[in-house]
Design a protein. Structure first.
Length: 45
């Protein structure tokens, strides 16, 4: 017995959202060190 097509659509949407979240997290970590100045407490006086 096969699940209905709506199940595949729901899991596909869920998968896309999880993938986008992971990619966004990785991009944020990679870009944060280069594009933004360091926090105020870590700056050298």
């Amino acid at each position: 017995m096969q699940p209905p097509d709506e199940t595949y659509i729901l899991y596909g949407i869920l998968f896309v959202f999880i993938l986008l979240g992971l990619l966004f997290n990785v991009a944020k970590r990679l870009g944060s060190s280069k594009n933004f100045p360091p926090p105020r407490d870590k700056r050298k006086p």
